[in-house]
Every structure is written in structure tokens, then in C-alpha cells.
Design a protein. Structure first.
Length: 133
């Protein structure tokens, strides 16, 4: 009976576990503006209805953005390089990217093509940003 109490306590701790997701954006063409990263949970409208958004000053070459306190689950990232600083994507002129480097040739990818799992430990993903002009 004494072994059951630690097992219950361990189970309770594990169910409250969260993780930090670090998104490394590679291929940022200049240091103008911000890199804006949105993160969708499974069930949210992707890519336009993501509930989490972070931004970081653009750094030519590589920019990093982090999301903390994420519960385990499936997520997808959509991002853009807001070079003009207006907070919105200026399509064609500003770079875009999606987790799993999902193809953008025919428009925004579906969640299923961009999704990845987050467990209760730190995770890092890399997204290669694409510029169409």
C-alpha cells in the first residue's frame, strides 16, 4: 500500500508537465523588422487561427523564437518575416515558412502536413523561411 502513494504522486506530476518549444528560423535575408511565429494546437484553424504568437527582432541568417509552458500534444508553426514592421504578412514581398518545411507552392499547407508532437521535455524545430521575391 505504501508503494501506491508515490505512484499516484508521480502520475499527478507527469500530467502537469509542460515543455518549451524553440523555433529556429533559418534563411532570414536581413535584419529589418521582426520574425513573427504563430503556433497552432491540434483543432485550431491552421494557419490563420493560431492562438499563440511570438515575435523576435529579425537577425540576418538565423532568428530564434521560444514558446514556454506548452502541454504535450500536436502543434504546427506558421511564420513570416515582417520586414516592413506593420504586423501583417505582405504576401510575395515578405518571407514565409511552416513547420516540417511544408510546401507552399499551392498555398498554405494543411495542419497534418505541418504538425509535430511536443512531449513533456524541451523541443527545438528548424524552419527554412522562403522568399518569393
Amino acid at each position: 500500500m505504501t508503494t501506491a502513494v508515490p505512484a499516484i504522486a508521480a502520475s499527478a506530476v507527469a500530467s502537469n508537465a509542460t515543455a518549451t518549444l524553440t523555433v529556429t528560423v533559418v534563411g532570414v535575408r536581413n535584419a529589418k523588422g521582426q520574425v513573427v511565429v504563430t503556433l497552432c494546437r491540434a483543432g485550431e484553424e491552421f494557419p490563420g487561427g493560431c492562438s499563440m504568437r511570438r515575435q523576435s527582432p529579425a537577425t540576418q541568417g538565423r532568428t530564434t523564437v521560444a514558446f514556454s509552458s506548452l502541454p504535450p500534444g500536436n502543434y504546427a508553426v506558421a511564420l513570416f518575416h515582417d520586414e516592413d514592421g506593420d504586423g501583417k504578412l505582405t504576401f510575395i514581398k515578405e518571407g514565409i515558412g511552416f513547420s516540417n518545411d511544408a510546401n507552399v507552392a499551392y498555398g498554405a499547407p494543411k495542419f497534418s502536413l505541418s504538425s509535430f508532437a511536443v512531449a513533456n521535455r524541451p523541443k527545438t524545430i528548424t524552419v527554412n523561411i522562403k522568399y518569393l521575391s
